[in-house]
Design a protein around this ligand. Structure first.
Ligand code: NAI
Length: 633
């Protein structure tokens, strides 16, 4: 931290010299000014910003677990007041030129060609420029300190809001709030030193490293299709077939149409196909009502979707994705029907969430051109696509599938075939751990809260209600029918699932599950206490929190061991973007490394002693820990 402190002080001192050296500085901002870029601008006396739609300003450091360390936490509040400045730094969202002007971050918005002349003219007209905070008698707009009229909300209620939002897992927002609260009551030079101290502490901690590595560097690389095999010419899908116009099929058709792709959406009856198209129309209408989309663009997108039962219309599609019921029989049938129409270059993809790809590919005449494209629900909002390689999938098919994911502007990860692939398999352990806790007699509210304390977006009982309990049973029955190896069969959850199904509580869709549902919302079903009696002694929430984090991380390590995951970045990204593993960890493998491999193995031994062999680390992992071989280079 000391070294980081010194380095970050360098930039701070430089900008301080710039604004106090006695010469006027004006800046003409012709595009993005985010983070350090905006901080340099704030160190100038005058700022003009282009009116181009690409021009935005903002301080997004919080998103990678940092604070604006180049004077941002000190200059922005002094410029526009704490009340306006704090949310900009806590949310980290960029603002467009009109907003930036209204907030007072910049002095004028001008057409691109007038920027530099305007900045020049200002410099010539203002030889004696000074920053407002260096003028004698400066008062911070809206006031600073505990007595400021907004202090109770900004810092009192504000801190509670931050605690609730971060569950103490993310230190940056609190550090930003502290730097602003303390720094604005001090002379600016002292405030800048204080900012550097907070910055150094964050930068030296694990959360900033985890967020930066996974959500900035590795996500950026995945979005640039880093895993695309080299040497395969780039391909573009112009016509897509989607089989099954249900929730997932309609969602996939919608995002494809939004990317300008012509879509043929097929279901078994004209009514069902039309229902899928109506679902898309409704989603587009909603986007128009929210002003996210123009009426014309919505109409253009909808016009790209043809709903039909006629497979002949698939002719000419470069790619077909099936999203029919999760049944091998039905999937085989629709795959063969499509094969009869499609040319030799076409690729066939399955959106299955559990059925191994290699098996499904037998129904396609060219298994080399068969691949898994696993989307997440709701498709239009979830950024991840899990790309699954079957045994015979060719590098060219992978390359073209990745090109398609890029066309949709989604983030791909690439995994090898295995029951549940990567994301469903790891997510299963989270859900099952929640059920195991219920079975042990842990109070349901404690289970749900411990998961949220860990940073999971929803508790395991709530999420099981969403996907419905009968689906859990189907997956279980299928794994027995397929005679999967024991480690893939989710025995642990079954007593709870069976009991709930006996009680007729299948989840939200049936109006009753672990929760009860009413007009006013949902709450945990009090009847759970009768069927899963509370243990006399309740465990510490921290222990439950660690269980949730560890079991998913351990399953991920198994996926690496078995070759399902080849690149650690895929596991980290997939766990955060696909199944809601908390981002402060950097993902399941980064979590292991945050604890330290040996410490993680010790933790698993401890948990195995308490809760059973599912927590037992493999000899492979133990050896890796002894050798000190990290997952990330
Ligand atoms: P859904 O039940 O909403 O939609 C399935 C559609 O397929 C229905 O419209 C049905 O009429 C149609 N269909 C059934 N048999 C057909 C046939 N022979 N020919 C043409 N259409 C037929 O199901 P959902 O949720 O959209 O799931 C579809 C697939 O996506 C499944 O394989 C599922 O495992 C997978 N999946 C589901 C996710 C989810 O969150 N629901 C997430 C990721 C994958």
């Amino acid at each position: 931290p000391v070294q980081v402190y010194e380095t970050s002080q360098d930039l701070s001192r430089l900008l301080r010299r710039l604004e106090t050296c006695g010469k006027p500085f004006a800046v003409a901002i012709n595009g993005l000014a985010l983070g350090g870029g905006l901080e340099v601008c704030l160190g100038c006396h005058y700022r003009v910003l282009s009116d181009s739609p690409k021009a935005v300003v903002g301080l997004p450091e919080v998103k990678v677990g940092l604070l604006p360390g180049g004077g941002g936490t000190q200059r922005l509040p002094r410029l526009i007041g704490i009340q306006k400045a704090l949310p900009l730094m806590l949310d980290g969202n960029p603002v467009a030129p009109p907003q930036a002007l209204a907030l007072g971050i910049i002095h004028a918005v001008l057409p691109q060609a007038e920027l530099v002349p305007a900045a020049r003219a200002w410099v010539l007209a203002n030889p004696q420029a000074q920053q407002p905070w260096d003028v004698k008698g400066f008062k911070l707009p809206g006031g600073a300190g505990a007595m400021a009229p907004h202090a109770a909300d900004s810092f009192g209620a504000g801190s509670s809001r931050l605690m609730r939002a971060t569950r103490r897992n993310y230190p940056a927002p609190l550090a930003i709030s502290a730097a602003v609260y303390e720094g604005t009551q001090l002379p600016i030079d002292t405030g800048l030193r204080l900012e550097s101290k907070h910055f150094a502490t964050l930068l030296a901690g694990p959360v900033a490293r985890n967020l930066t590595r996974t959500l900035f560097i590795n996500k950026g690389a995945a979005d640039k299709l880093e895993r695309r095999p080299a040497g395969v010419p780039k391909a573009k899908v112009t016509k897509l077939g989607v089989l099954g116009a249900g929730m997932m099929g309609a969602g996939i058709a919608q995002v494809a149409a939004a990317a300008g792709i012509q879509v043929v959406l097929i279901d078994s009856t004209p009514q069902q196909a039309e229902q899928g198209r109506a679902r898309i129309a409704a989603a587009l209408d909603k986007a128009v009502a929210r002003k996210q989309l123009s009426v014309e663009r919505a109409a253009t997108q909808l016009a790209l979707v043809t709903a039909t039962t006629d497979y002949a219309l698939l002719a000419g599609a470069e790619l077909v994705i099936e999203a029919v019921f999760e049944s091998r029989e039905i999937k085989r049938e629709v795959t063969s029907k499509a094969a009869a129409v499609l040319g030799p270059d076409a690729i066939f993809a399955s959106n299955t969430s559990t059925l191994p790809i290699t098996g499904l590919s037998a129904a396609w005449p060219r298994p080399a051109q068969f691949i898994g494209l696993h989307f997440f629900s709701p498709v239009e909002r979830m950024p991840l696509v899990e790309v699954i390689l079957g045994k015979d999938t060719s590098p060219q098919t992978l390359a073209h599938a990745l090109d398609f994911v890029g066309q949709l502007r989604k983030t791909p990860i690439v995994v090898n075939d295995s029951p549940g692939f990567f994301t469903s398999r790891v997510f299963g352990t989270f859900v099952d751990e929640g059920m195991a806790m219920l079975q042990e007699g842990v109070a349901p509210a404690l289970i749900e809260n411990a998961a949220r304390l860990a940073g999971m977006p929803v508790g395991p009982l709530a999420v099981t209600d969403e996907v419905t309990l009968d689906l859990q049973k189907k997956v279980y029955d299928q794994s027995i029918a397929d005679q999967l190896p024991e480690r893939f069969v989710r025995h642990g959850a079954q007593p709870v699932v069976n009991k709930m199904l006996e009680l007729g509580r299948i989840g939200r869709r049936g109006g009753a599950g672990f929760y009860e549902y009413s007009e006013s919302g949902k709450q945990l079903w009090p009847g759970l206490a009768e069927h899963f009696p509370h243990a006399a002694e309740q465990p510490d929430a921290e222990l439950l929190r660690r269980r949730f984090l560890a079991i998913q991380a351990l399953e991920t390590a198994r996926c690496v061991e078995e070759g399902v995951i080849e690149h650690p970045a895929d596991a980290d990204l997939g766990s955060i973007l696909g199944i809601g593993y908390p981002s402060w960890t950097g993902g399941t493998l980064s979590y292991i490394e945050t604890l330290g491999l040996q410490a993680f193995v010790d933790e698993c031994h401890d948990l195995a002693g308490r809760y059973g062999p599912r927590f037992q680390p493999s000899e492979w992992l133990a050896a890796r820990a002894r050798a000190g071989t990290p997952f990330h280079a």
